[in-house]
Design a protein around this ligand. Structure first.
Ligand code: ZN
Length: 315
């Protein structure tokens, strides 16, 4: 990565902590917790990182998350991510975590949260990285389950800045979660949601109008709807775009086809993020480098993208 790209101060606004679990740490945690893995070694696991769509990735992602058991595991996961941020001059993070991925397999909410929170606080003190944590609901589960998760989270209300919506998009439109998002907003939480990654532009409209989100996660399919494009430009609604993720999950065939710079030039407030960096081939820095290499992103464009990420912070 060119040094000037690395040196740009950046924020990361679309990162799933569970998706930053590198194979080496995954194997180390499996050993520590005495969990048998379906992969022989790190190389075999890495070789399995070839996906045809979002669902194939999610199946592996949930299998990997199974090694996370103790507060220390969640601390180590978060700390490893923050060290990557430090090396790439990411000065602010607003990561997601999926409580249901863990509570559904018997890990108490508090164990997950305390590990993550302690690492974020240490990151602020020792690495100078500020943060705002976002609790994300799994959209392939019923809204009722999201309500239960929100209830579990409320004793720790001060640990979060907002709620999000992730996991399988197609067939699980934002409107299914209108009530739980209204409840979260009434508690003073910000709302964001994944929309328009694999799902159609209608899902982005629903996320804006029904969930009243402040930021769109992905949103690359907005470009198919001119009226929607005009709205997100007029209202300067940020998009947290994840270029390497989009290629890995076949949203675009090649990086050369990605629309992020076209959106930037049209005035959309796009930002660069890594989504699930351990699975998709890189962190924020590698995503910027890919845009430079394949789309000819200029230094001026990189500076605008980095500034957008700082402007789009919710914390
Ligand atoms: Zn995501």
């Amino acid at each position: 990565m060119p040094e000037w790209l690395n040196a740009l101060p950046k924020a990361e606004l679309h990162l799933h902590l569970e998706g930053s679990l590198e194979p080496e740490l995954l194997f180390a945690l499996a050993e520590r917790n005495q969990i048998a893995l379906p992969w022989a070694d790190v190389e075999t696991l890495r070789a399995a990182y070839a996906f045809n769509n979002l669902q194939e990735f999610l199946d592996l992602y949930y299998a990997g998350a199974n090694v996370l058991r103790t507060e220390q595991d969640f601390y180590d996961l978060t700390w490893a991510y923050l060290q990557r941020c430090k090396a790439q001059n990411v000065i602010h993070v607003e990561p997601f975590f999926d409580p249901q991925t863990h509570t559904d397999r018997g890990i108490p909410f508090e164990v997950v949260l305390r590990g993550i929170q302690q690492a974020l606080l240490d990151g602020e003190k020792q690495l100078g990285i500020s943060h705002g944590l976002i609790l994300s609901f799994l959209r392939h589960l019923p809204e009722e389950e999201a309500f239960k998760t929100l209830e579990q989270a409320m004793p720790f209300r001060d640990a979060f800045i907002g709620v999000g919506l992730d996991s399988s998009e197609k067939g699980f439109p934002p409107r299914l979660f209108e009530r739980v998002f209204a409840k979260a907003r009434s508690e003073g939480l910000h709302a964001v949601a994944h929309a328009g990654e694999e799902g159609p532009p209608e899902y982005i409209w629903e996320a804006l109008d029904l969930l009243k989100i402040k930021r769109i996660d992905h949103g690359v399919r907005a470009i198919e709807d001119e009226r929607l494009m005009q709205r997100i430009i007029d209202e300067q609604i940020p998009l947290t775009v994840c270029p390497l993720s989009n290629i890995k999950l076949c949203v675009f065939e090649h990086m050369g086809q990605h629309n992020i710079l076209e959106m930037l030039e049209r005035g959309v407030k796009v930002t660069v993020n890594s989504d699930d960096p351990a699975y998709f081939g890189g962190y924020v820095g590698e995503n910027f480098a890919a845009l430079h290499e394949h789309l000819g992103m200029t230094e001026a464009q990189a500076k605008r993208l980095a500034q957008n990420s700082l402007d789009a912070r919710l914390a």
